[in-house]
Design a protein around this ligand. Structure first.
Ligand SMILES: [Fe+2]
Length: 371
């Protein structure tokens, strides 16, 4: 197209901002489309008040009491959803009394707290905090938490297949070597009795009963299975002189949404004029959800582990004033967070509305005016 430069903007994004300004990236298609960098005298989050539903949200998601917390037959509690993806919390205490097969959705479980065993057609996988467990639709499985282990999982239900992103010029072994992905070994059960397989299809539930254990596979081969990846095995891409876009932290892709992992990494210490905090943006084409797993969430005042922020397209977000002012004192970040960016708008599930923190938009209220 035709990149323009009006008013003397710096030629390199995120570096050497004009004196007394903050930078906004106005871009299409997430961080991949046409974009313009705007140098504002004031942070675009410096509003005095917001009237209407389009506002930054913060949700104390782990305060939800999902049906699976109260009853072993219960399932996770959805809190944000659209036709492509549903985000749920699971706090299952007791083993599923059935084997579950979701025929509607590919499932990604992110383990925030707790250890246990995931039984599947393909064999069992032990899980621990920081694990992603990817369960393609149609796989029969059962969650068996360890006794006395407090369980909290973020569950991402996808209408389409979960895939890994292309690595492009990073090469196939960057971020994590696919060789590090764990898959189960077959473990055939021989028990007899009466066994229930619960199938969810088009939102309805069907129980299928067997006189033998439903997990009876003695061998398997192929490339469709359940798989597991821990965030400690992800090696983030960084640049000491340039604030890379969040898209470099993409872990999984599906149709109309991505899942990214923000992990401990050094900040941009190689150039004193390089941004070390995210630039402001108004998400022209994506809604953005972040689940805070662990560490110190430098750029978000007031947010703790187990919380979710939800920044809908159309209204700005960016670093809080304190993070913006203190960015050059920070040399690394120890934050661990999972981001889900959706191409289509999300809605807050009514049952989750009570964990929405109404004052969150006010957390930017202190005026940011570097001039
Ligand atoms: Fe963002």
């Amino acid at each position: 197209m035709f990149p323009l430069n009006k008013g003397g903007a710096p030629p390199q994004a995120h570096v050497g901002l004009p004196e007394g300004t903050v930078e906004e990236e106005f871009g299409r298609s997430g961080f991949f489309g046409r974009a313009t960098h705007l140098y504002h005298r004031h942070a675009p989050t410096g509003w005095t008040r917001i009237e209407g539903p389009t506002r930054p949200r913060a949700m104390h998601a782990t305060a939800l009491v999902p049906p699976d917390h109260l009853d072993a037959r219960g399932l996770p509690q959805p809190f944000l959803r659209n036709a492509d993806v549903t985000l749920c919390m699971s706090r299952r205490q007791d083993a599923m009394p059935f084997w579950f097969r979701d025929a509607d959705r590919d499932l990604v479980h992110f383990v925030h707290r707790g250890t246990g065993l995931l039984e599947t057609d393909f064999g069992p996988l032990r899980y621990e905090p920081g694990d992603y467990l990817v369960i393609p639709r149609g796989i029969t499985h059962r969650w068996v938490p360890d006794t006395g282990s407090e369980q909290v999982q973020l569950v991402i239900e996808s209408a389409t297949e979960i895939r890994l992103p292309e690595r492009g010029m990073l090469g196939p072994h960057a971020l994590f070597d696919p060789g590090i992905i764990r898959t189960p070994e077959p473990e055939a059960h021989e028990a007899t009795g009466e066994f229930e397989v619960l199938i969810r299809r088009r939102g309805t539930f069907t129980s299928v009963w067997y006189p033998f254990h439903p997990l009876d596979v003695v061998a398997w081969k192929g490339d469709a299975t359940v798989w597991q990846l821990n965030v400690r095995d992800i090696r983030p891409v960084v640049s000491p002189r340039y604030h890379l876009p969040p898209s470099v932290h993409t872990t999984f892709l599906a149709q109309n949404f991505v899942i990214c992992s923000f992990l401990p990494r050094p900040l941009e210490t190689g150039d004193p004029t390089a941004l070390r905090v995210p630039f402001f943006h108004r998400n022209a084409d994506f809604d953005e959800v972040i689940f805070y797993h662990d560490g110190n969430f430098f750029s978000r005042d007031g947010i703790r582990a187990g919380w979710v922020t939800y920044h809908p397209y159309g209204i700005h977000h960016g670093p809080h004033p304190r993070a913006l002012a203190n960015q050059h004192l920070k040399h690394e970040t120890d934050e661990q967070a999972v981001m889900v960016d959706t191409r289509n708008p999300l809605e807050i599930v009514p049952e989750a509305a009570h964990v929405d923190w109404a004052e969150y938009p006010d957390t930017w209220n202190r005026q940011v005016n570097p001039a």
